[in-house]
Design a protein around this ligand. Sequence first.
Ligand code: UDP
Length: 322
Amino acid sequence: MNVVITGGAGFIGSHLAEALLAGGDTVTAIDDLSTGSLKNLEHLRPNPNFDLVVESITNEGVLDHVVSSADAIYHLAAAVGVRLIVERPVRTIETNILGTDAVLKAAARYGTRVFIASSSEVYGKSERMPFAEDADMVLGPTTHSRWCYSCSKAIDEFLALAYHRQRGLPVVIGRLFNTVGPRQTGQYGMVVPRFVEQALAGEPITVYGDGEQARCFCHVRDVIPAVAALTSEPKAEGGIFNIGSTDCITINALAERVKTVTASRSEIVHIPYAQAYEAGFEDMRVRVPDISRVTSLIGFRVTRDIGQIIQDVARYFKSAKQ
Ligand code: UDP
């Protein structure tokens, strides 16, 4: 198959490109390199079945050209990281909504299958665990920038489902929960790469809030097969699927675990949310996916635990330094 990956130079996009190429697909990655990195794709560049187009997906002519010969589109290009979202809300809203609009318009011209990467942020601050795909969204006020990410991803989903219902476009929506692994950067606030880098450098490990908030981290290499399987599964069309681990850990416990796995002597410090992000910042206490839908449709399985994730991330940072 000929596939297009938007956001192909990003953390998840580059792993997806690698897996699809290994499976025999021809891959065109399109990325404006705003948060993605050429370094993530270096090892794929010599592959004759791989092509990289450095351009924004909102360039209609370029997008149309790459989509015209594609059998499927994986739409991963999006604003990334809570910190960046809080700091640059205009860019977040425009990137997510205008980008998805452009991709769906192009896909509709050719009837191309589209995977839309959505996010567990769509559930907002709901406290009804685990999150099932048809649960209500519970969002905070528009005065708090964090919620613009949630809202923009929800609009992306609405738009994709609208194209499916109204125009019969084959779309599949995946809601990714705290996906982590090698190549993820801590630059935009993600906790696992930040803690591992801090631990390796012997710097303080910065836990935000009281650290008793919990997350379920899933290794990107467990997420990728699910994304590929859902996209080629006809029964997934028009559906929304949570993808993630159900194994939760508090951020305090994560900090301890990172210290142990990396044999670090870093101290663990606590920083108030208002200082880390912005005044009035609202965080989720816990976030757990209900994965029964994806499990029963494609046999999704999580095979790597948090210890293995930390080890892989630490190995990546150590080798990147050499
Ligand atoms: N976090 C932290 N220290 C950091 C970065 C993040 O304690 O240096 C916390 C963050 O406040 C959140 C959790 O770790 O409670 C996960 O953050 P991340 O941005 O990785 O993902 P989120 O679940 O917020 O999308």
